[in-house]
Design a protein around this ligand. Structure first.
Ligand SMILES: [Zn+2]
Length: 237
């Protein structure tokens, strides 16, 4: 009886809060009815999963081969021509929707639970340059990394790798120019943290893979056991 009363008042409280400050689905903008929800059921089911974690030698891995030593790579969703995924990435990055980022990390962790991606030692979100992070207020990879960390029980290290050069945006560059733009921009402090460890490198989107490649290259100087990559979305370059 007591339990029922609490849930009734909690529901009433959420209803009032929702009325005053409606929360909306980050995918389609429709109003959500429960405060713990992040995406509506329609969007969550419509999201195009890659399932690349079940596919060794998947298109991301093929894209990276011969460029840097990456053990495995996967992304949760395809972003190509998918308005919902693009809207999620926008909401995370430019509207600072950290709850969404964390939610996507938890969703991905659920998928990865039985895979080799669950057997890693450290999660590293690709860092922003401090000036960019100050401007944006946060690193958009961080909440996604936190969701993965919580879901997989793997520790995050977000202080050892840093961006020493503030490179211009990659958005309008081709693959060769993207590499020139990011080569040598990352470095590692306290590099003994990575020796013989299995590292999951995290970013929001992989396009040509140049940024992740540059970051992995810096981490490889510290002799980790292996590096794999996970992102929210994969876009074709
Ligand atoms: Zn929706």
């Amino acid at each position: 009886m007591k339990k029922r009363k609490i849930s009734f008042f909690r529901r009433l409280y959420y209803d009032i809060i929702n009325l005053l400050f409606p929360i909306v689905c980050a995918g389609c903008g429709r109003k959500l009815f429960f405060r713990h929800e992040v995406l509506c059921i329609t969007c969550e089911h419509a999201l195009p999963k890659t399932n690349y974690h079940r596919m060794p030698w998947n298109p991301i891995e093929k894209k990276l081969v011969g460029r840097c030593e990456i053990h495995r790579a996967s992304a949760l969703y395809f972003s190509e021509k998918n308005a919902i995924v693009r809207s999620l990435l926008y909401s995370l990055k430019y509207k600072r929707n950290e709850i969404l980022g964390r939610h996507l990390g938890l969703l991905f962790a659920r998928e990865l639970k039985e895979s080799i991606f669950a057997q890693y030692d450290l999660i590293i979100p690709v860092p922003l340059h401090p000036s960019k992070q100050r401007m944006r207020g946060f690193n958009q990879c961080q909440p996604f990394a936190e969701g993965l960390s919580e879901g997989l029980g793997i520790e995050i290290n977000n202080y050892s790798v840093y961006r020493k050069i503030a490179n211009p945006s990659q958005t309008h560059l081709n693959r060769a120019d993207r590499w020139d733009n990011v080569a040598g921009i990352f470095d590692v402090r306290e590099n003994q943290n990575f020796r013989d460890r299995k590292i999951l490198l995290i970013d929001d989107v992989i396009t040509t893979g140049s940024t992740l490649e540059a970051c992995a290259e810096a981490i490889h100087q510290c002799k980790p056991k292996e590096i794999s990559i996970l992102t929210i979305a994969v876009a074709s370059s």
